[in-house]
Each structure stands twice: as structure tokens, then as C-alpha cells.
Design a protein. Sequence first.
Length: 250
Amino acid sequence: MTIKIAVTGKSGSGKTSITKALLNILKEKFPEKSILLFDNDLSSELAHSFKLDIRNTIYGIRSGKHEYKTGIPEGMSKHEYIEWAMEDILVSLEENVDIIVSWFVGAKDCRCPITAQINDACQRLIERYDFVLFDCEFDLKYLNQLVDTDIDLALIVTNPAEDSIHLTKRIAEFSAKYAAGGQLGIVLNKVKNEDLNEISNQLLEAEIDVLGSIPFDEKLSEGRLDRNSSVVKEAVEQFYYRLNLPQEIN
């Protein structure tokens, strides 16, 4: 059974750093499990952090503009072609860890057959893995336009600024129906201890669960491309037990 985790929030909130922290924690806890990183953010920052060529995307398959690694095999049906093309753009980062990038997605009300075919191909790809980590655009609606899949855990990352808190409430409202049946909560990022209680109370008044907080990391403020942070990882480990995720190897 695949466990699906979505990390959302406005650009610059720290989504990619938290996604990579979760990746590293899952690798340590479950070294034999397979993990798919699914970059669904228009900036493709997650892929950039691994120094990948972001031209190899699901949008490239949809638009017919992708240059494949090998010649396209003859005699395939449309479904077979899309599945073959998805395999072609899948990148292996290390043993048991792969990444794929979506970039632009089609509108859900598009009646063209390729919309449904890509949805089906994405579903089958997702089901091959034990864990899937989605680094999402603003909210879960953009991910849902690409693939209609249940989410076990949706984390909304927010900074402690007042405008970010207000926006977080909107993101939670927009995302709630796409995370129905799963866990939806807030991760406060770049927060100072003296501000934590006030911010948490604001979110609790809006009936949004605060799952954890992460202190400011000076190294990330310097613009580190890889987005790896021991500060973020240690903070996520502290509240991991609150997440709707397995705690130990079965």
C-alpha cells in the first residue's frame, strides 16, 4: 500500500527543504522501502536541488515536445506510449529513490483523452512505490488536476508573518476536500520561540492543526541550492510522531 505525502504552501515557505527532510527521515527509518519524489511545483525547485534537467517533464509528454533518451518504439497504443514516456523521464537518484517532474498540468475539465490517460499513468506509477512525496504548488488543487489520488498526509508550510498566516488559512480551505480522509495540518517554518504561542493560537482559532515548528536556519537563508538542512531535519524528527505516517519498520 502506497503512503502519499503532500507538502504545500506559498513559494519561499520552505516546502522543498521540508520535503527533503522527510525524504532523509524515511530513508533512515525504512531503508528497504521505495520512495518516489513527485515535483508538482511550477518552479521545479525540488528537481533543481538535485541538479536535474527540468525539461524532462510530464508536460513534455503531454505537449509532444519532449526529446526522449531513445527512439520511440513502434506499434504502441496511446496508453502504452504514455507509460513508456513516463518511464523515460523518471530519474533514479539513488537505490530505492526516484524523482519525476510534472511542470504545467492540464485543466481537469479538458475533454481531450490524454488528460485521463496521464492521470491513469500517474496513478499506476504512484502505486509502484511504498512512499510518494509530492512537492506541490500553492495548494492541492493543482496536484489534483494532474492526478486524482488520495493523500494520507498534507502539510501546509508557512512562515510566521501575518500575511503568510492569513494565506495559510486560505490554502487549508482550498486543500481540505483533496485531503479528505487524510491528515491535514500546518508546519510553522523559520519561527522564533517567542512568536510560537501567538502564531499557534491564531491557527488554532481557525481550527487548523499545528503539527510542528521549525526554527530559522541561517544556511538556508544564504540560498543553498541543495535545500538540505540538519536544522530542518532535526525539527521534523521531533514532530514526526504526530504525523499520519508509520513509526517503525513492520
